[in-house]
Design a protein around this ligand. Structure first.
Ligand code: 0XW
Ligand code: MG
Length: 368
């Protein structure tokens, strides 16, 4: 089997509810990039990368598309089942931009699943369950609004809630944490995600002033080094998210015990192949992690869910997907949805997603 053509689509995903606010950025519309790989046997695989704007992390939409422009021509004619060989060809064509290569990598796993008539989770080692936990992530809001939304979402059945803070006064952040602390149920996991928004001083202060509350502190400061330097002064477990740019950081954090877990992004780490290794490292180090991406539709959501299905449940922090903030699906029948806070693992071969006719409009680039 050979790669016969690669088509790139740009898909605009307006945020339901108007905007998604984090400490680092507020987004109203997210621009996703869908990769469609067609083989000479007629099999088609899909991948997707959708950074959450251009400030959340160094990855951004136009960067992904420029990187794909550098890479795609050299992949025509390669065997898509030889995922490592295709990865080598991508490395030979372009240094870095793992997040763009991730979209190709995901499409290759989709093709492999369809070829071997297996789900991507089966190829990744096997699913340990039929549905995976998700978590609800609030946007930065007032203390009362945040607490009201958290109450609603935990009543819906979400096993984990992530509350966003940062990008405003520390007093309001602390008041928000306290309000949520009044209503969060003991059996619901809780992360406070600062999205890089606090100085080391703010992080130490906020953690100490709320030390009675049972949350995990996610990416409090901008860099790994900042977080490592205050780690022993914090009163809460620490998860790294934006700092996890590559496997090396995960290894370092595991060895130095700088983090108690991770919020991971499949495309930032380089796709499902890289995430399989990261998963195994986290299993070995007994560090919990989530299987998320920054944003995107059914394709990236399916990739996250397949991966999460293979994670040891005691270490699985869930799969976050953007579906609650997106109107409609690429696949109206098997599109990925959250039901009562959990997500069914797709049952079809590959990613299990069949995009409807014209789901992405006309391609913006085509290589053959
Ligand atoms: C909640 N997320 C998974 C979605 C947004 O892109 C931010 C991200 C996070 O945890 O930082
Ligand atoms: Mg995060």
């Amino acid at each position: 089997m050979r790669i016969a053509a690669i088509r790139i689509y740009g898909v605009s995903l307006p945020v339901v509810g108007g905007e998604y606010r984090m400490a680092s950025a507020t987004n109203k519309v997210l621009d996703s990039t869908v990769v469609e790989i067609e083989t000479d046997t007629g099999l088609i695989g899909y991948g997707e990368v959708c950074p959450a704007g251009s400030v959340y992390q160094p990855q951004h939409t136009l960067g992904a598309r420029a990187a794909l422009e550098e890479i795609c021509t050299s992949l025509i004619g390669l065997n898509p089942l030889e995922i490592e060989n295709v990865a080598r060809a991508m490395e030979a064509a372009l240094n870095g931009s793992s997040y763009a290569k991730a979209a190709i990598d995901i499409a290759l796993w989709d093709i492999a699943g369809k070829h071997y008539n297996a789900r991507v989770c089966d190829l990744l080692g096997g699913a340990v369950r039929r549905k995976v936990p998700s978590y609800y992530s609030t946007t930065v809001m007032s203390p009362d609004d945040t607490a009201a939304l958290v109450a609603e979402k935990q009543a819906e059945g979400y096993p984990k809630i992530q509350t966003k803070v940062g990008g405003r006064s520390l007093e309001e952040d602390i008041a928000t944490i306290r309000k949520v602390g009044e209503i969060i149920r003991p059996n619901v996991k809780w992360a406070v995600d600062v999205n890089r928004g606090w100085s080391t001083r703010d992080a130490i202060t906020a953690s100490r002033l709320t030390e009675d509350l049972p949350y995990v502190l996610e990416q409090p400061c901008n860099t790994y080094d900042e977080i490592a330097s205050i780690r022993s002064q914090l009163r809460h477990p620490v998860y790294l998210d934006e700092s996890t740019e590559h496997l090396g950081i995960i290894l370092k954090a595991a060895v130095e015990r700088t983090a108690d877990g991770f919020g991971l992004k499949v495309t930032r780490l380089g796709g499902l192949t890289a995430m399989r290794t990261v998963r195994d490292v986290c299993h070995f180090a007994r560090l919990p992690f989530s299987c998320d991406d920054a944003w995107g539709g059914d394709i990236i959501a399916a990739a996250c869910v397949h991966l999460a299905a293979t994670v040891n449940p005691t270490l699985c922090e869930g799969a976050w997907i953007a579906a609650p903030y997106i109107d409609g699906h690429y696949d109206d029948i098997a599109g990925i949805e959250i039901k009562d806070g959990w997500i069914d693992v797709p049952t079809g071969a590959g990613l299990g997603i069949t995009p409807k006719q014209n789901a992405f409009g006309e391609p913006i680039r085509e290589y053959s």
